[in-house]
Design a protein around this ligand. Structure first.
Ligand code: GAL
Length: 415
């Protein structure tokens, strides 16, 4: 089973999750406040890029996605740290010299502490969009000689729901209960507008650039008969609405796929939009009978270390569906699993890549696949889920050799 010749085989990471020592990020104090395991030195990548590059080469990758940490580049409002910026430039340059295409993400969940002090309402305040544009412009000016592929936001909806919906990220609001008041009409459009402004800015500075974002897409299913409308609403809210808002301002459709969720009509009025997504996180927060009572559902699929169901068969059809709906070349910017898992990484990769391959045969224009993640990293509160192809001390994890083979030959080896 082979993939197109020019296919990109990559891995993705994010600054806060691997660099370590990002103490100017709003997340740094947030970790303390939440009682999370501390990110500390994370995977130490701020000092160890050359080691990371060795791994990227050992895996035979021809693309690597990383993010630029806003709080490093702009540690105080308006003050740019040239040294920090230069370090990112050097990473991209070294990748390019090895024939590895750098994909640079400008916002991956982490924001400077000063930003939220200055704008306590965060993305509800339009000023934040201006601040982001300013930061992004400085990054693009510096990196554009060595980078042509840009991801504005990583999973804007996952971020907004986490930060403004259920107190997972700073500023830590609980706004989903009245999502129709501010969340849907103000918060989401503000971020979509920021994407469009940055999209335009990049094309002005670098006309040949390719710009997109990474949208988290789950396969959505109604939990029970009668839940079809709730499922459709959740799918619109989490996935389609943002993509519709930025239509015409994406050169590629970046998708992150991990699992499926069941959605049911909520039986309690405080549930967002009257739907209950059956996330593992929600299920863990309540007893199983309460979860069932609220309409949650699980099937007997194997689970990963995140307790997410492994559902490769839904992946290809979903990719085909999004490609048809948005008519842009697709890049899978994240897909992967956390150890300890009930399937091996090789099984996980085989399942998802063959499903993706079928989608390509059926007409989906897919340009590349980025595995999450290059290294075990800080999974927003804990190091316990291990997503890496390599460990934090740069030893290959189970399945790394398999992915290296796939990337070298552009095909799935016979099982
Ligand atoms: C994504 C996110 C990553 C990583 C991954 C695994 O939602 O972009 O930062 O945490 O999930 O949970």
């Amino acid at each position: 089973m082979s993939f197109p010749k020019s296919f990109l085989w990559g891995a993705s990471t994010s600054a806060y999750q691997i660099e370590g020592g990002n103490d100017r990020s709003a997340l740094w104090d947030w970790e303390k406040k939440k009682g999370w395991e501390r990110s500390g030195q994370a995977a130490g990548s701020w000092e160890k890029f050359d080691e990371d590059l060795k791994i990227i080469k050992a895996l035979n990758l021809n693309a690597y996605r990383f993010s630029v940490e806003w709080s490093r580049v702009e540690p105080e409002p308006g003050r740019i740290d040239q040294n920090a910026l230069e370090r990112y430039v050097s990473w991209a340059r070294k990748l390019g010299q090895e024939g590895i295409r750098p994909f640079v993400c400008l916002h991956h969940f982490s924001e400077p502490a000063w930003l939220l002090k200055e704008n306590p309402r965060g993305w509800l305040d339009e000023n934040v969009s201006g601040r982001f544009l300013h930061f992004a412009t400085r990054v693009v000016r510096a990196l554009s000689p060595v980078v042509s592929d840009w991801v504005t936001f990583n999973e804007p909806m996952v971020f907004l729901v986490g930060a403004y919906g259920y107190h997972q990220f700073p500023p830590g609001r609980w706004m989903l209960t009245d999502a129709r008041k501010e969340f849907i009409p103000i918060l989401v459009p503000n971020m979509a507008t920021a994407h469009k402004r940055v999209y335009r800015m990049i094309h002005d500075l670098q006309p040949h650039a390719r710009v997109g974002l990474a949208q988290n897409v789950a396969a959505v299913e109604p939990a029970h008969k009668g839940d079809e409308e709730a499922a459709r609403l959740w799918d619109w809210f989490m996935h389609r609405n943002f993509l519709d808002l930025v239509k015409g301002s994406q050169d590629f459709l970046g998708l992150n796929y991990y699992t499926r969720i069941f959605v049911s009509k909520s039986k309690v009025p405080w549930m967002p939009l009257g739907t209950l997504p059956g996330y593992a996180e929600l299920e863990k927060g309540m007893t199983r009978p309460v979860f069932r009572l609220l309409g949650g559902r699980r099937d007997g699929k194997p689970r990963t270390g995140m307790d997410w169901e492994v559902v490769p068969e839904a992946f290809g059809p979903l990719v085909l569906d999004y490609h048809k709906a948005y008519k842009k070349p697709v890049l899978i910017l994240e897909n992967g699993m956390a150890e300890p898992s009930q399937v091996t990484r090789e099984e996980y990769l085989r399942g998802h890549l063959s499903s993706l391959n079928k989608a390509i045969e059926a007409g989906a224009e897919v340009r590349g696949y980025f595995h999450w993640s290059l290294l075990d990293n800080y999974e927003w509160g804990s190091f316990r889920p291990r997503f890496g192809l390599y460990t934090r001390d740069r030893r290959p994890a189970d399945g790394a050799d398999f992915y290296a083979k796939v990337a070298a030959n552009g095909e799935l080896p016979h099982g």
